[in-house]
Design a protein around this ligand. Structure first.
Ligand code: NAD
Ligand code: SER
Length: 326
């Protein structure tokens, strides 16, 4: 058997979907999943599952050595909205764990690659709002964004100083129906589909015109694997701008209403609107497109179609007890 792949944050929105795809590529026997919680019915079923805390350095070293891990997808984190409520925990979970993972990659010979996600939250109020360049002003003012900025610099440091092959993407808001988001500011763009189909109405916590960069999950997972497969020599950056589409809640509302004419949205912005107000509307991901051939496939109409179909199916399965919310 080849070396194993460790996915931390395995039960989260991205981990669940990534493991499902990885299972098809390398087989479940080569995947080790780790999370602090276990969610029934998740994709990590059939993989080796470790319940543990990514802040536990000894645990991480032990798991990597015992399972002869070659590649680590380090996804465990607290996201932006939860982070603002629990800033100290956001700092320790996001930063201590990244330090441990990078040290492991530096010290354990059989670890050859690390993937670590940054975010559009790495940008702040002094960053341009439109078509943010790869290299730009980054002065985030949420604790989550600050951990992403520090994390990017840490990855860059380990890469330059010790040639650790760590690669990252500044993910936009990710939209999925098989796995649900966990405590982000962009979660509205998933909730709205469930509300549209269940209640025919939605109360949105962002302003109607709060435009943000977004991406359908299948594009995000495919792009992540393409980045990991790219020859190191082709990569000019450790962490890349990564983009697909941008829209505001009112634009998403109209796109959903094209399918559900009676759908209604009320806008009641809360603290998450203040977080989103610091982030850009659109991202220039030209470097990713040039260096490793990134191209998104889902535009807004395609995303709305696939989400409505997927959420409708999920609601049907939940009604007959075939699927449980995760
Ligand atoms: P999520 O909240 O859905 O999942 C995170 C997982 O990490 C959860 O299952 C949680 O139980 C686990 N976790 C939290 N603390 C832990 C700890 N101490 N030890 C072990 N596990 C722990 O998040 P996600 O959306 O899957 O995000 C994964 C990564 O991608 C994060 O680094 C996030 O910042 C980044 N990201 C996500 C998005 C997005 O829209 N989903 C956008 C940008 C960046
Ligand atoms: N989707 C994430 C969040 O809202 C962006 O990093 O926190």
């Amino acid at each position: 058997m080849g070396g194993r792949i460790l996915v931390t944050g395995a039960c989260g929105q991205i981990g669940t979907e990534l493991i499902q795809v990885l299972k098809g590529v390398v087989g479940e026997a080569r995947i080790v999943s780790l999370d602090i919680r276990d969610v029934g019915g998740s994709s990590w079923l059939d993989t080796v599952f470790i319940r543990g805390d990514v802040r536990d350095r000894e645990l991480l070293f032990r798991v990597v050595r015992e399972f002869r891990v070659e590649v680590i997808y380090h996804l465990a984190a607290l996201l932006s909205a939860t982070g603002e409520r629990r800033p100290e925990e956001a700092w320790t979970i996001n930063m201590d764990s990244l330090w441990h993972v990078l040290m492991i990659a530096k010290e354990v010979d059989h670890v050859r690659q690390v993937f670590w996600p940054s975010s559009i939250a790495v940008f702040g109020p002094t960053t341009p709002k439109e078509r943010v360049p790869q290299v730009t002003v980054m002065e985030p003012n949420t604790i989550y964004g600050i951990t992403k900025l520090a994390g990017e610099r840490l990855c860059e440091y380990f890469c330059r100083r010790w040639q650790v092959d760590v690669r990252g993407l500044r993910y936009p808001g990710l939209i999925s129906y098989r796995s649900l988001p966990g405590g982000g500011t962009t979660d509205y763009a998933v909730e709205i589909f469930f509300a549209a189909l269940r209640e025919g109405r939605y109360t949105c916590y962002l302003s109607a015109d709060r435009c943000l960069p977004m991406m359908y999950i299948d594009d995000a997972i495919r792009g992540t694997l393409e980045l990991m497969d790219a020859p190191r020599s082709a990569l000019r950056y450790t962490v890349y701008n990564f983009a697909a589409i941008s829209f505001s809640p009112s634009e998403l509302e109209s796109a959903i209403r094209a399918h559900l004419p009676d759908f209604e949205v009320e806008y009641k912005p809360d603290y998450r609107d203040a977080i989103a107000a610091q982030w850009p509307c659109s991202i220039d991901d030209g470097a990713a497109r040039e260096d490793w051939g990134w191209a998104h496939r889902y535009d807004l109409p395609a995303l709305v179609k696939v989400m409505l179909e997927g959420v409708r199916q999920r609601i049907r399965e939940e009604a007959v007890g075939l699927s449980s919310p995760s």
